[in-house]
Design a binder for this molecule. Structure first.
Ligand code: FES
Ligand SMILES: [Fe+2]
Length: 391
């Protein structure tokens, strides 16, 4: 059995290994509680994580609760219009002040009815007059860092983290033509997948598996053989990307229901004729074509479970004008996600075999090699330096 030390040495070795010479991670990397703890501490608790879309809180007072790595939070659009992420634990004696989702003008704690405004301020606390330590102003619900990018809500548990722009800027520039800000969610996905988050992540950054897993769904439209890689970024610690040339029947604006529709101004021919898969570290992915976006956000719930949140976006005006297409696409994406979920759970089931061993990555999985290099630099930076110094 590999120890955490072994696993970190192993990750460090990826940094200098050419992409075409990379194997997958060893099985232990998907099972180790110690590695999972380190990933949570060094990656997830310091990164911007996507927790949903603005469409989930369109009106003043709309809210929904989410457990983010055991942090109980409520995402709420305050009566002032601002979206915030508040800690949902009562400042009196820890009761969750709200659960589930809904719309409200204030949060009333069900335990002793302390009452909070939608911006987190405590506005009522019965029978506290005689207390010598009660100070209303210092009893607001604590706030987490939150930023919104093109409708996606991101939260960071690290109060000192750099702004979201640092993490997503390069991806933002690469995807500008896709006008994600003009899209809205037509299909929502929330599920627990039984397997390590890295299995889900890897699955969502390559088109190679379209040849098998998605042969009956999106494999014809975007065949594995169409995979190719844009020149940049190389070893960028913010994201990886790859493109897939669509199948012949879908090329050149052919009138197929799965082809781009609506206002396609501003797209290059390449963007019209390819799928574009973008994986933003650590755990957010968008599979796009012109006018659509199938996104997923992952977070670990222990080493062998992944919380998955996602959705499918389409042009806002198309959703109104063409409800039939919207429905067809939503059905398709549900099938595709079910296939991807199956991949994670089936892989996870094999990891414990005494004969399980890692295998070589395909050149079509260069993005996975880049992901491992990112893990190596992020988790094993000191070991990478030692290796370099020793050479
Ligand atoms: S715990 Fe919330 S009012 Fe007492
Ligand atoms: Fe997939």
């Amino acid at each position: 059995m590999m120890t955490l030390d072994d696993l970190l040495d192993d990750l460090a070795a990826y940094v200098e290994t050419p992409e075409e010479a990379c194997f997958s991670l060893p099985p232990e990397a998907y099972l180790s509680p110690e590695l999972n703890d380190l990933e949570v501490r060094e990656i997830f608790e310091k990164s911007w994580l996507c927790v949903g879309r603005e469409e989930y809180v369109p009106r003043l007072g709309d809210y929904y609760c989410i457990d983010l790595l055991d942090e109980p939070m409520v995402i709420v659009r305050g009566t002032d219009g601002a979206v915030r992420a508040l800690n949902a634990s009562c400042r009196h004696r820890f009761m969750p002040v709200v659960q589930g989702k809904g719309n409200t003008k204030r949060f009333v704690c069900p335990y002793h009815t302390w009452t909070y405004a939608t911006d987190g301020r405590l506005i009522g606390a019965p029978h506290m007059e005689g207390s010598r330590v009660f100070d209303k102003a210092s009893c607001s619900l604590p706030e987490y860092r939150l930023e919104i990018w093109k409708g996606f809500i991101f939260v960071n548990l690290d109060d000192d983290a750099a702004p979201l722009e640092v993490q997503i800027g390069p991806m933002d520039r690469a995807t500008g033509h896709y006008r994600i800000e003009d899209q809205t969610e037509v299909f929502h996905y929330e599920m627990t997948w039984n397997g390590n988050w890295k299995l889900s992540a890897e699955n969502s950054m390559e088109y190679y598996h379209h040849i098998g897993l998605h042969a009956g769904t999106v494999g014809v439209q975007m065949p594995a053989k169409g995979t190719y890689f844009p020149d940049s970024p190389v070893n960028d610690d913010t994201f990886t990307h790859e493109r897939c040339m669509v199948g012949e029947d879908f090329l050149g604006g052919a009138d197929h229901p799965l082809n781009p529709r609506g206002d396609l101004t501003g797209f290059t021919q390449e963007e019209l004729d390819t799928g574009y898969l973008v994986y933003i570290f650590p755990a957010f992915t968008m599979a796009m074509r012109a006018g659509t976006n199938n996104w997923l956000s992952f977070r670990p719930a222990g080493p062998e479970k992944t919380e998955v949140l996602g959705g499918y976006l389409m042009w806002k005006d198309l959703v109104v004008d063409d409800p039939e297409i919207t429905e067809q696409r939503a059905e398709l994406i549900e099938k595709v996600n079910t296939e991807d979920a199956l991949a994670t759970t089936e892989l996870a089931r094999m990891m414990r075999s005494r004969k399980a061993a890692r295998g070589p990555l395909s050149p079509f999985e260069k993005t996975i090699a880049q992901f491992y290099k990112y893990l190596g630099r992020t988790l094993s930076g000191d070991r990478v330096q030692r290796r370099q110094a020793a050479e």
